[in-house]
Design a protein around this ligand. Structure first.
Ligand code: E4P
Length: 226
């Protein structure tokens, strides 16, 4: 299972990539806002980081970039998607799973621009991504769970349908909030998880690891001859 970082901050991308390895990045308008930079500046800074680290090419390090959320017709979505994709070979165009969004994703994929259908909250939406052969589909796990829904059963259903139908679209379990969710997604065979830096770092640690280390330090220090 691949790990994508959900962030538009270059320092976070750099840290996650060099400290423990990430396989790609997902962004959305909220992450761009949090980067403190205008949209195109944030994108170009990520593109420059990719170049500096010799990661050019979508297969090496895909970065999902979401189109302007105000766009509500396929023509405008396609036009902006093509422009964004032209800025960096790693950019995958993230499009909301609306009627116009599905139309735009179909046209972009036919034109050779890879897409990620996002804001997916039902299995029937995910099926459309699979049928169209978008590069990615992003069902949101954390938001579902916050809403009291069974996100695990939902992700299992999507994963089973994709295997049954042989869809090539990769499933990104989005808005992952906990290490438990990371493990659950791995268990059901989801292709990718995307989460923020803090979620990953929390998932690598455990209070008993810290406690155990304290005990072992004490034992080491009280061993004769050490
Ligand atoms: C996914 O691709 C989204 O960018 C992301 O997971 C959205 O969720 P969040 O910003 O609430 O974490």
């Amino acid at each position: 299972m691949k790990f994508f970082l959900d962030s538009a901050k270059v320092d976070e991308i750099d840290k996650a990539y060099h400290c423990y390895g990430i396989d790609g990045v997902t962004t959305n308008p909220k992450h761009i806002q949090n980067s403190g930079k205008p949209f195109l500046v944030a994108l170009d800074d990520i593109a420059a980081w990719i170049k500096k680290n010799h990661l050019e090419g979508m297969d090496k390090f895909p970065v999902s970039v979401e189109i302007n959320p105000h766009l509500d017709n396929a023509d405008d979505m396609v036009e902006q998607g093509k422009k964004i994709a032209g800025r960096c070979p790693n950019f995958v165009i993230k499009i909301p799973c609306t009627l116009e969004g599905v139309k735009a994703a179909k046209r972009l994929e036919e034109a050779g621009v890879r897409t990620n259908l996002t804001l997916v909250f039902s299995s029937s939406q995910a099926i459309q991504a699979g049928r169209l052969g978008t590069k990615y589909v992003s069902p949101f796990v954390g938001w579902k769970e916050s809403n009291g829904e069974d996100a695990l059963a939902y992700m299992e259903q999507i994963s089973n349908i994709y295997h049954e139908k042989g869809y090539k679209t990769e499933i990104i379990a989005a808005a992952i909030r906990t290490g438990k969710q990371i493990a659950e997604m791995a268990e059901i065979g989801v292709d990718i998880v995307t989460a923020g830096l803090a979620v990953y770092e929390d998932s690598f640690t455990h209070p008993y690891t810290t406690y155990g280390l304290g005990r072992f330090i004490d034992a080491w220090d009280h061993t004769e001859g050490n």
